[in-house]
Write a protein that binds this ligand. Sequence first.
Ligand code: PXP
Length: 246
Amino acid sequence: MLLGVNIDHVATLRQARYALLPDSPNAEPSPLVAAMDAREGGADSITIHVRGDRRHMQDRDAFELRRACPLPLNLELGVTPEMVALALELKPDFACLVPEKREEVTTEGGLDAAGRLAEVKAAVKQLQEKQIRVSLFIDPEIDQVAAAAEIGAEMIELHTGCFSNAVNGGLEAEISRLRAAAERGHALGLQVNAGHGINYANLRRLDEVPHLAELNIGHALVSRALRVGMTAAVREMKEAMETYPG
Ligand code: PXP
């Protein structure tokens, strides 16, 4: 199982001050340095989300990472003409289409691929024409998985937000949903990834979800990096992922 390291919150910390001084040569912390440290710790790819409101990652971060970081780049983006145009220019290795609401703190739900079929299909086609492999960030629902396959995406990323917030009986139900969605996605020939709210503690329960090819993890890694540094934080997560049964 591969690890995509989401470094958005490195930029969140920088933007706490840097937003006031966009040309400051001393802007820190640097997403590029974090990406290189994550690589040292065994990251398989780097994920960034350039949001419409540019609250953390800026366009220049995306282009700098593309130019200077040798790891595959995964760009998360909302399905808007502005963001699709950015992706076509950036040409990341992967693009993950996500829903985006201005007022949300983080990506709260999955993309309604089933309800926005034609719109999402058109965006996916444009990206794939530039040899960008596309993932759809969806809730673990069978109709959304089927829609992703119909749209022609190569991958799905199952939203684990409900899983990570669930307790007791609710947790068992969330694992069942994830398992069913992963099985259907795999049967339809999709690469199945997962992300959102995954941390060192809840990771073990994902052993019960089959066919996971990649996890995308951000907040837990950036938080842990404050204690031990990004390289060690990523290395610890990679080690914890080694026992995944597949
Ligand atoms: N995957 C997607 C599509 C996301 O939007 C996010 C949050 O930016 C993540 C994974 C990572 O979530 P977390 O920061 O909770 O690990």
